[in-house]
Design a protein around this ligand. Structure first.
Ligand SMILES: C[S@@+](CC[C@H](N)C(=O)[O-])C[C@H]1O[C@@H](n2cnc3c(N)ncnc32)[C@H](O)[C@@H]1O
Length: 225
């Protein structure tokens, strides 16, 4: 079996540790330093794609739809969002760590068929919370996969996104009839209640990590009625 080779590393802001990109044959892995383990593996992306297909399910026929994706990772959610929207849509991906964008222009690009090369893609390098805080009625869909979900945070800085204040800001950032979809490693009843409190028409979907198999992950869906 091939050995893993390290392709690059990046510092996570606010003492968040280090992110490491490795390759073994045609498989890629992004790991968090210390005991926090693997953040992503290129062989497992069913639920990252489901996040986009579920969150953008109403957008195929919407001209000039605006979509915001929180977290580039290996580009699976961005690629699936691009497939779910029309030719005149725009999909902005916000990514905290500049190196992750560089890796997607380089070795990671082929994982999801180079979604950054799509003319409808835009990149914001920075915290997705920054965009959300200053937006009003701007997006038809917001897709968040920046952490392990509302309960299993790997970066405490992301807490605001899942809080009542964060959800109210996200509600404001959405256009009427817009949708929020949030990836999570598992269910979280308190988060579902917070979505409802922030005026979302909220529901939960269970999806598989690989087509028809693998672990179960959760997608929280909130519609702005
Ligand atoms: C699990 S990965 C996303 C995987 C992605 N859905 C895919 O399809 O490959 C999480 C990504 O979110 C980024 N991230 C974490 N916190 C963020 C934040 N507050 N704003 C923007 N990006 C963030 C991480 O650097 C990482 O690239």
């Amino acid at each position: 079996m091939n050995k893993w080779s390290l392709l690059g590393s990046a510092t996570i802001p606010n003492d968040g540790g280090e992110l490491k990109l490795s390759q073994r044959g045609d498989e890629f892995s992004i790991r968090l330093s210390g005991i926090r383990g693997e953040l992503m593996n290129s062989r497992v992306h069913g639920s990252e794609e489901a996040l986009a297909t579920i969150g953008c399910s109403r957008l195929k026929s919407v001209g000039s739809a605006q979509v915001l994706v929180g977290g580039m990772g290996m580009g699976f959610t961005l690629a699936a969002a691009l497939q779910s929207v029309s030719a005149t849509a725009r999909v902005t991906v916000a990514e905290l760590i500049p190196e992750v964008i560089e890796w997607n222009h380089g070795p990671l690009g082929d994982c999801a068929d180079r979604p950054l090369d799509d003319a409808r893609s835009r990149v914001f390098v920075g915290d997705v919370a920054e965009l959300l805080e200053k937006s009003e009625s701007e997006y038809d869909a917001i897709l968040l996969d920046v952490d392990n979900g509302p309960e299993g945070l790997t970066q405490t800085e992301n807490q605001w996104l899942y809080s009542e204040a964060g959800l109210k800001a996200i509600f404001r950032a959405l256009r009427p009839r817009g949708s929020l979809a949030v990836w999570s490693a598992g269910p979280d009843r308190l988060f579902l209640n917070r979505l409802k409190k922030a005026r979302f028409n909220a529901s939960v979907r269970s999806v598989r990590a690989r087509p028809g198999k693998g672990s179960h992950h959760t997608i929280f869906l909130g519609h702005k009625a």
